[in-house]
Design a protein around this ligand. Sequence first.
Ligand code: KG4
Ligand code: ZN
Length: 315
Amino acid sequence: MLSNHIANQQIHAGYGGVVPELASRAHLQNIVPVIDCALKTAGINVNNLSAIAFTRGPGLLGSLLVGVSFAKTMALALNVPLIEVNHMQAHVLAHFIKKPGEIKTFPRFPFICLTVSGGHTQLVLVKNYLDMNIVGETIDDAAGEAFDKAAKLLDLPYPGGPLIDKLAATGNKYAFKFSKPNIPGLNYSFSGLKTSILYFLRDQTTSDSNFIEKNKADLCASIQHTIVEILTDKLLLAIKKYKVKDVAIAGGVSANSYLRNYLSELSAANDINLFVPPIEYCTDNAAMIAIAGYYKFLNNEFCLQDVSPVAGLSF
Ligand code: KG4
Ligand code: ZN
């Protein structure tokens, strides 16, 4: 990994969520400078590139279109092959990113990866770099969405996940109890939790309009504890079912400090090798797309110029 640049979009903060049209416009503005920056940091120029990897999906169609169109044009202009990458597979493969000279232990196949992001919550059985199956996933909201929507109910700005993480540090996780869903097998559900938080806050603020302000840290800690328990209950089931020793977490929510601590205690007690990515590879980043592209490159898995983005791309 020679460079890893991210162009963050502050423009959505005032809207309580990502505004798709604003996101694609910001991508248009950012894509040339960010690529320029990446090449400069890497100390190379475009003629040193062997291939261009890009995200085909899943994601917001307008944003994907910007990336796909740019990647196609660049590959055509440089006469190098084009590699399509699945965003969720890339989150998993972020575990294999290595900086020059870095010594690192990687998860051994097969392993289970809990991939938790703003749009997805998946339990993935990873048999090889490019051979993985989703063995469980959310039937409604994603874990990141649960964090962000709960944060919105607590009057916190978007994205609320990192703020809940921060505020929860001084709160009591047992202060309030929220019910957990009863979904069979390895699938998840988070929409019930969102509704129970909504009704709970509505009832409490009717009798005390300052309830949220007075109890913010305890509310954050209790909500975070519930989400993390929901996530780990199913992860433990998957570990038992597939009899794996190595377990990984990935995606934006894997940056959550409570989830990271909770899982490291749990894995120590259960003789599991836990792999937790550095924070910079948890949330969306370019290096994870590059590493997925690298394994596809080694496998000669290229795509043609007629490739188009797919908002709901699965694997
Ligand atoms: O993977 P990601 O960067 O983007 C998507 O592919 O969706 O994940 C973003 C999600 C957001 O919902 C954000 O609130 C959540 O990850 N997130 C966190 C934390 N950092 C990011 N949630 C809880 N605690 C965090 N520290
Ligand atoms: Zn992501």
